[in-house]
Design a protein around this ligand. Structure first.
Ligand SMILES: Nc1nc2c(ncn2[C@@H]2O[C@H](COP(=O)(O)OP(=O)(O)OP(=O)(O)O)[C@@H](O)[C@H]2O)c(=O)[nH]1
Length: 390
């Protein structure tokens, strides 16, 4: 009899764990969160897009009653995570950037330190820079300047050559840009809108940035305006809950993302948070209906509050493709900063220069891994130093 009772108690405890104790997945989202959605996906019941027409899909309007503010209920056993301190985070991420660019720096410096830098060597230098996604214009400009300076100075000393390259790269990356995030606004929450194509790392970036802001003692609220996938809202809520940040989301799948965004900003205003960050669904820049929808999200938020920061998330591994994405997103929502993700494991950091040149918008943050604290502010000198470290 005792063993039957014991068995029943154990089974109920196990059931409880499965419901309440689902692990709050760190950085690597589990299979239950698909990483991308089909760019053509329209919500259930949405009309077909007529040929050539621009259509903003008719979404079921989410009423405030459908919108949940998921404030994490901290059960007694839940310990909120403490985001990594900036010092260790930045040192760790810098080492990762150095590692990713090791091949780039080694070959470039080896080429530049040769006794005789003839035309063939300059061509190899050009190729190395192009393979780092610096873009043709910047590459030719840089090689011309380097040729001139190496000739004038006549120096073969590797340290001197490295110093010249460092100076010229810093000029190209442009230390003059204001790379600060507009997250400090008086008398109302700062509003940050996060946009980009599918799977580039938007939700992950919002989650990581929430941690950075929490570590800076800011009150943050998240808005899950990716209403295509229920899992997207869940993924964002999980990121927030880990550091005690509430998320506004809709129970209605395919609900109007603009309505969720509006409610998130409204709630943040009511709760007097410092920052509200709105995550949006991934969309291809050539899908007019989805781009119109994004424009609407921003306009609807603006009925409540100015949008202080529009962050475009780009995947560094997609190289020059990112440029056409950036241009169109910028036309639709007036991008104010770039987040370059997945810079770990790629030596294509030159894309920073190409994007900034094309858009006139600075890279403000870089993603260097899937871990929760793998996000760093972009700093020109440290970035160039990491590129040149062997
Ligand atoms: N290696 C690496 N992976 C990253 C980085 N940032 C994001 N990821 C991974 O990229 C994948 C997609 O990330 P999500 O945040 O779901 O992307 P998303 O843009 O929100 O996706 P959609 O909403 O479907 O468009 C996940 O596996 C992330 O862990 C990064 O800086 N480095």
């Amino acid at each position: 009899m005792t063993s039957i009772v014991l068995g029943v108690v154990l089974l109920s405890l196990l059931g409880l764990f499965l419901v309440k104790g689902r692990p709050l997945t760190p950085g690597k989202p589990s299979k239950e969160f698909p990483e991308t959605r089909d760019p053509d996906d329209l919500p259930p019941g949405a009309p077909e897009e007529p040929d050539g027409a621009t259509l903003v899909a008719d979404r079921p309007e989410a009423t405030p009653a459908d919108l949940d503010v998921e404030v994490p209920e901290a059960p007694a056993e839940t310990v909120l995570e403490t985001p990594e301190a900036p010092e260790t985070r930045l040192a760790r991420l810098r080492a990762r950037l150095v590692k990713s660019n090791n091949i780039f720096s080694k070959s470039l410096l080896a080429l530049l330190s040769q006794d005789e830098i003839d035309d063939a060597v300059w061509e190899e230098i050009e190729e190395t820079l192009l393979s780092a996604d610096l873009g043709a214009d910047s590459t030719f400009e840089l090689v011309d300047t380097l040729r001139e300076r190496v000739k004038v100075e006549g120096s073969k000393d590797p340290d001197r050559v490295r110093a010249i390259l460092r100076e010229e790269l810093i000029k190209l990356v442009d230390p003059e840009f204001d790379r600060s995030l507009a997250v400090e606004v008086a008398d109302r929450p700062a509003v940050v809108l996060v946009v980009g194509v599918n799977g580039v790392g938007k939700t992950t970036t919002v989650g990581k940035l929430a941690r950075v802001l929490v570590a800076e003692d800011k009150d943050v609220l998240l808005g899950a305006a990716d209403t295509f996938r229920a899992a997207a809202a869940e993924q964002l809520t999980t990121w927030g809950a880990r550091v005690g940040v509430p998320t506004v989301s809709s129970e209605v799948e395919g609900a109007d993302p603009a309505s969720v965004a509006f409610e998130a900003v409204d709630k943040a205003t009511e709760l007097e948070t410092d920052v509200v960050m709105v995550d949006t669904a991934g969309r291809l820049q050539n899908k007019a209906n989805l781009m119109d929808e994004l424009g609407k999200v921003k306009r609807v938020i603006e009925k409540k509050s100015p949008v202080d920061e529009v962050l475009l998330v780009l995947d560094a591994t997609t190289g020059q493709n990112g440029l056409s994405q950036a241009k169109i997103f910028s036309e639709v929502v007036d991008v104010t900063g770039i987040v370059l993700t997945k810079l770990d494991g790629t030596a294509r950091g030159g894309i920073v220069v190409a994007i900034q040149k094309q858009l006139g918008v600075p890279v403000k943050l870089i993603g260097l891994g899937e871990g929760p604290d793998d996000l760093a502010p972009f700093d020109t000198e440290s970035f160039v130093d990491a590129l040149l470290e062997e």
